[in-house]
Design a protein around this ligand. Structure first.
Ligand code: ZN
Ligand code: ZN
Length: 220
């Protein structure tokens, strides 16, 4: 083995998972977006890697606009969840989590310094979750047949992403609002929500209805 090959071999094992991502976030910094829904649901303080404002804006649009236009039977299960939360929730957006989960809720005492400081400054509890937006974008629990997708083309990927972003957001907030509820129930609710939202989007865009089959979960 040459000196360089030895060096390369050493370098290959040198990076714990997620280290480079955390390092580049650290170097580039993070930015914040305050998401203000008009209804009485919690404000979101979205923190995202610098240069990724578009994802934060997509989350804002899903939470402040889309959510209020969905049929009541889809949003009804989350009314009590959103009511039970503190008035503000911090959402840490990351491309991916080292553990590959789509998101996590952060129980009291495990929040980031940002959230703890904010809670201290406001004198109010602040909830915190994280969402891994690139993993959420790739998440595909209910593949849609090409027939059902009609001629939505690349628009379908955007619609799926918005539905998935909202579903994982609500899934993690559900954990915080109802800590005694089992993962199985919380996942069932968010899977149903996701399936219903995609169905609704496709119906709106293409005037078609279709059934969805098969369920997979979130990871956490
Ligand atoms: Zn995880
Ligand atoms: Zn969960």
């Amino acid at each position: 083995m040459t000196r360089w090959a030895r060096k390369r071999a050493r370098n290959r094992v040198a990076h714990p998972p997620g280290l480079l991502q955390r390092l580049s976030e650290r170097i580039r910094g993070r930015e914040q977006l305050l998401v203000r829904p008009t209804s009485g649901i919690p404000l979101l303080l979205v923190t995202y890697p610098r240069g990724r404002e578009m994802v934060a804006r997509q989350l804002e649009s899903a939470y402040t606009r889309t959510l209020s236009t969905l049929p009541r039977e889809l949003t009804e299960p989350y009314a009590s969840v959103l009511e039970a939360l503190p008035p503000i929730a911090v959402v840490l957006l990351r491309p991916r989590n080292a553990c590959t989960c789509l998101g996590h809720f952060h129980p009291a005492g495990t929040e980031s310094r940002l959230t703890l400081r904010l809670a201290g400054d406001l004198g109010s509890p602040v909830a915190e979750i994280d969402l891994a937006y690139e993993s959420i974008r790739e998440w595909d629990p209910n593949p849609i047949s090409s027939l059902a997708a009609g001629n939505l083309g690349s628009r379908l990927a955007d619609l799926r992403f918005e539905a998935a972003l909202l579903s994982v957001l609500l899934h993690e907030l559900h954990h915080l609002a109802a800590p005694e509820e089992a993962e199985r129930e919380i996942r069932e609710a968010s899977n149903n929500f996701y399936a219903g939202v995609v169905q609704e989007f496709v119906k709106r865009e293409s005037g078609q209805d279709y059934g969805m089959h098969g369920r997979k979960g979130f990871g956490l």
